[in-house]
Design a protein around this ligand. Structure first.
Ligand SMILES: N[C@@H](CCC(=O)N[C@@H](CS)C(=O)NCC(=O)O)C(=O)O
Length: 203
């Protein structure tokens, strides 16, 4: 039985979505980050980085959300990896792109806008990071112009890993009016029962 550590509002959310897509039973264990449970001796044995998510599956213990989603797909629902070499490559490409290129500026803005008290909010950080987003979102928008999913016609963990980041945009005041293909793609994510479950847990 799989145990996933972390709340749906953190990077664990994309693993919840992947587990729901795979349709396998799992236990979700919240980690009380306010009280530093993620730095406790017990939790550090599961994830020595002291971060969420982490996952156990029998003898297997993993951390890093991308790796967890790869494992879930590889072990429990292989088509989530893509069904041919190109789809598999594109699923990985968009997964790494989302977490290494798109996520950092979005999270910087999110931290400033959502967590920072008014007197500590740094407008320069917000502006400098917001400036990076049009180019990134245009690249994504263009890539979705002629395909339903990021890897083509097959829904993959590339969509899960990228959409879980892109869906933070409205929370920092970015709408997709200028990015119609992203908008359509997100709408198709919204139709998925697994995404709906993830979103309902995130509220
Ligand atoms: N690269 C990691 C990032 C994990 C991460 O930064 N998690 C945050 C919550 S979203 C966390 O646990 N932060 C606590 C800390 O850094 O001490 C992944 O994708 O799993």
């Amino acid at each position: 039985m799989i145990t996933l550590y972390g709340s749906p509002r953190t990077s664990a959310g994309r693993c919840i979505w992947a587990l729901e897509e795979a349709g396998i039973p799992y236990t979700l264990k919240d980690v009380d980050m306010r009280n530093k449970e993620h730095k406790s001796e017990a939790y550090l044995k599961i994830n020595p980085m002291g971060k969420v998510p982490a996952m156990t599956d029998g003898e297997v213990t993993l951390f890093e959300s991308m790796a967890i989603n790869y494992y879930i797909a590889q072990k429990y629902k292989k088509e989530l990896l893509g069904t041919n070499d190109l789809e598999k490559g594109l699923a990985m490409q968009w997964s790494f792109w989302a977490t290494s290129e798109l996520q950092p500026p979005i999270i910087e803005v999110f931290i400033q806008k959502v967590f920072m008290p008014d007197d500590k909010r740094d407008q320069n950080i917000i502006e400098n990071n917001l400036k990076k987003l049009p180019n990134l979102l245009s690249v994504l928008n263009h890539s979705l112009k002629e395909r339903k999913y990021l890897a083509g016609s097959q829904f993959t963990i590339g969509d899960i890993n990228a959409a879980s980041v892109v869906s933070i945009c409205p929370m920092i005041g970015i709408d997709f009016a200028e990015y119609p293909h992203i908008k359509n793609w997100l709408s198709s994510m919204n139709e998925r029962a697994a995404f709906q479950k993830y979103q309902s847990l995130r509220k």
